[in-house]
Design a protein around this ligand. Sequence first.
Ligand code: NAD
Length: 303
Amino acid sequence: MIRVHVNDPLDQEAMNLLKSKSQLDVTSEHLERDNLITLIPQIEILIVRSATKVTREIIERGTKLKIIGRAGVGLDNIDVNAAKEKGVKVLNTPGASAISVAELTFGLMLSAARHIARGTKDLKEGLWTKKELEGYELFGKTLGIIGLGMIGKEVAKRALAFGMNVIAYDPLVPGFEKVRMVDLVELYRSSDVITLHVPLTEQTKHMINAKTIEKMKDRVIIVNASRGGVIDEEALYNALISGKVYAAAFDVFEVEPPQDDLRKKLLKLPNVVATPHIGASTYEAQERVGKELVERIFNELKI
Ligand code: NAD
């Protein structure tokens, strides 16, 4: 029997699929670091989402470990170098949650431009703040997409349908539909709304910082549903206070949950809209992600 441990919640259909194979002995329970380290020598296949940090220590102690399955896209919670060195295969599900993340990105963008979250909060508190909540139309505005991969492309399609002028920067993508590819200088100079869809790498860490914000249009809106670390949140906080940035909308933070002093003061600003990393949290995406991952594992095991 091949021992499989599912350490973060996986879609029920995907769990049923895993359990349907007589060759697999499947357990599922969220174990924190110490308990996972104790169990890992027995595990051949470890399945996680983003909550479990699969560190070098865990990988090195996984003497039987063959596959790490990540139900989702981002691999920043997995030490992929350590896995490679130990010959452990890392499988993920690129694209399975792209539509869900793109739809949430649009929700964030609309909420930032039209004060939907603030209007809701005010109404719940008994306030009628109609006069304070004049916003912007997205129609006719320029959307700058940084990172035109699976999610960036889905955002682009929706933005085009909204009548936006869409430009993008991505060193690996030559073009897509009616999107005009530009360099970063032009993207910062021309965009009314900037949305980030890049992985977190050495090149993208804090790519939005005081210097790059300075190059942007006054009253720009910044949306981030990619990875927290791509924005220097202190610099963005200052730009939101000064009015250089009109509003910001986040699904992700450099520190999650965002409970430290910087993130707390950022979240208190009236021109910040935020959700707790729920880009891929839809029934459809989780079913797709779970089933795709399990199919990939079966293919790898040839079962
Ligand atoms: P993808 O790999 O399909 O696309 C990423 C694109 O970014 C690629 O085309 C790549 O060429 C480009 N890129 C890399 N470095 C760049 C740089 N320095 N400048 C500009 N472009 C650059 O990935 P994806 O599936 O579209 O995911 C995008 C991001 O969204 C990832 O960070 C992923 O972790 C994140 N994500 C977030 C959620 C969420 O819940 N909010 C869910 C899924 C994915």
